[in-house]
Write a protein that binds this ligand. Sequence first.
Ligand SMILES: NC(=O)c1ccc[n+]([C@@H]2O[C@H](COP(=O)([O-])OP(=O)(O)OC[C@H]3O[C@@H](n4cnc5c(N)ncnc54)[C@H](OP(=O)(O)O)[C@@H]3O)[C@@H](O)[C@H]2O)c1
Length: 291
Amino acid sequence: MTGTGGQLAQSLAERALLHDGVELVVCGRPQLDLEIPGSAKSAIAAFAPDVVINAAAYTAVDQAEDEPERAFRINGDGAGEVAAAAAAAGAAVIQLSTDYVFDGRSSEPYREDATVNPLGVYGRSKLAGEEQARAANPRHAIVRTAWVYSPFGRNFVRSIMAAAGVRDVLTVVDDQRGSPTSALDLADGLLAMAATGAGWGETFHLAGRGQASWCEFAREIMAQCAVRGLPHVPVEPIRSEDWPTRAARPRNSVLDSGKFERTFGFAMPDWRISARAVVERLAREQAAPAA
Ligand SMILES: NC(=O)c1ccc[n+]([C@@H]2O[C@H](COP(=O)([O-])OP(=O)(O)OC[C@H]3O[C@@H](n4cnc5c(N)ncnc54)[C@H](OP(=O)(O)O)[C@@H]3O)[C@@H](O)[C@H]2O)c1
């Protein structure tokens, strides 16, 4: 696996312990730095892996508008180099991608064969990574996910919980819909997929079941906090126009994960159930006395 401290990287490291027969090797900076051309090859060759999961990425959606070269280097060329390094080591590669390859104009959940049309640099760089991974390694799988949260790193659940501790009311965008996805569930799906040795040459969607707006997501987090006696405040809906961001986001980027479920027999839980589990875990960690 590439990446070390990221949400998916940490989730894979944790969940791999629960998957029989899986030995997960972490391969991240400084040995593997996707900003440095050629870094992937030597780093991956050292491990003789069966499958490489590329969990490393440049994920700063707004910042990418100001540093497109860096985003394309890491997400585009870097992904291609990881896929090529996996091929050279005789391994398959799972390349993570994003719902932001879509423009959001569809009113339906997106399936894998829907037309891509990213609205910003981040989405374009991830799309370049899909194309480069496909070209570099015939034993590739592209897995698009969305709205990732976890007990780790920076994410929406942790930001909302932190904001509730310092504000009286939160205003959250209500006209963008997507599929909130627990990185822990995503890790379980990817590990199940890797163990089957099937699916190469294909693109899949893998995201939390159901859909929500950011506002609905925030309200669910607040409801879960209320149940646990954690700080919780009202959440007011606003429009995207009232929350200007550097990068445009799709209005609808709900992903249909049916193909993954049919292919691997793995169904993602409903996003509300997984969000509850993450809030519960964060609550326990907050309550635990410091070691
Ligand atoms: N977060 C989301 O909402 C979301 C949505 C859709 C798709 N995705 C995709 O899902 C995958 C996992 O995302 P995530 O949420 O786990 O991301 P994340 O928490 O931002 O973690 C990014 C990871 O990439 C690594 N990384 C960044 N630059 C690197 C470089 N130059 N060389 C090597 N490693 C580098 C980081 O390494 P360090 O540990 O060294 O910092 C970290 O482990 C990515 O492909 C992302 O595009 C994410």
